[in-house]
Design a protein around this ligand. Sequence first.
Ligand code: F6P
Length: 550
Amino acid sequence: MNAEGRTRLNQTPEWIALGKHREQLGQTHLRELFAADQARGSRYTLQVGDLYLDYSKHLVTDETLAMLRELAVVTKVAELRDAMFRGEKINTTENRAVLHTALRAPRDAVIEVDGENVVPAVHAVLDKMTAFSDRVRAGEWTGHTGRPIKNVVNIGIGGSDLGPAMAYEALRAYTARDLTFRFVSNVDGADLHEAVRDLDPAETLFIIASKTFTTIETITNATSAREWLLTGLKAGQDAVAKHFVALSTNAEKVSDFGIDTANMFEFWDWVGGRYSFDSAIGLSLMVAIGPDRFRDMLAGFHLVDEHFRTAPAEANAPMLLGLLGVWYGEFFDAQSHAVLPYSHYLSKFTAYLQQLDMESNGKSVDREGNRVEWQTGPVVWGTPGTNGQHAYYQLLHQGTKFIPADFIGFARPVGDLPARLVAQHDLLMANFFAQPQALAFGKTPEEVRAEGVPEELVAHKTFEGNRPTTTILATELTPSVLGQLIALYEHKVFVQGAVWNIDSFDQWGVELGKVLAKKIEPVLTEGTGAEQLDNSTSTLVTKYRTLRGR
Ligand code: F6P
């Protein structure tokens, strides 16, 4: 029991029981679990909206699942979930509500923060975004010289970049192909340079996306973009209004930058950066796919929100996936979690999930500030199949690391692919089904020998198997399905944070590096103060200055 009257997670009987259960499970193989239950592959499944989830290839029994659900009860996951949906300030270290779910609530919903219903403001911004997107898409938003906008460049970083950049790729098949979209995030000048070098400033609109409007990378890139534009147009400040809009919570800073606040799309402090993609931060995507499809996507998010809020624990997909992650992190020592989409369009999906998961649950103190004595968030990684198969899957299959993985695939390709490329889809999906099968069931030495493999190669060609995976299958990657997928992961991360008793909605861990960089920058440019740095850093910056010719 800690000072706040809450039993520490690792002292709860449920946690201790799970530890014992893990010992009893020992080396039980998925081959045995499937042999014991012929219907396991259909029984351990869930349908949530358009998402079909197969969790049969997990190292769990009915008893494990029941025990994990008990853990969720004792750690009050449902209570915290309900508090989140009600708009309570569950982000305690920042004293903020956590209401990304309000961003996709229907117009008539009532969700209050400090006694005020936030839903009308959400829809007012969505309506403003809609009017703006329609104008750009119709060629009615003209630049300083009167030419219609043809290029949209989103400048933002972290949550103000990863969501729209990921979703633009994911939904590329639905985008206005006559418009060009670019996403600039890195303060490395190469990023902006490559993004604009072939663009005509007269036809280019910059969307400056920053919740705080103080993020150094974004403000630096925005300032450079403004210079590029004004130089290219040979125009003065008055050209900015037609070529710059802002997405932010900070009207004052937006105005200081020189952007008319009439061209600002607002959101609120109860939207965390990595949860902000459904807010005004999604503007570039809305321009790309159109307001109707954007709203379809929001409806997909909302569908999974409602599922998470109302489905019983045994049929609640985010609850289940979250608890499985807790199970593996603590009791199987899994350090990482792979997310492997079998869709080229989802090439940035895992990078997006990295921020969502790792910035949320990369914590080592609990809500009360005590060091945790249990594992928290995993390293999330992965790239689309089949490419990964020819790179790192060797380690997944035969390495010494234990890495649970999610496989995400679709029954039908999207877009206007020619028939020959549509036909390739079955080959892609054959791999999608084969990999989890190989990971789960492997190949025994007996099976290898039966193939006539010489004895000295048997060990090399044996696959232990017993490597757990979730398979997520949907009909096709529509805007709604993308929304469903993201919400599924958002709530999975929530469940884990709730069990671990950490604040999944702050991100203090990114601050120190920012402060130190601010101190080091003048050392690099002016050459003074190196002696105040530690010996390694001062030696490095001195070397840097020499290499830089200073
Ligand atoms: O990396 C820290 C962080 O604060 C993220 O949480 C956020 O998404 C990102 O920086 C960008 O912040 P902003 O939208 O305020 O520019």
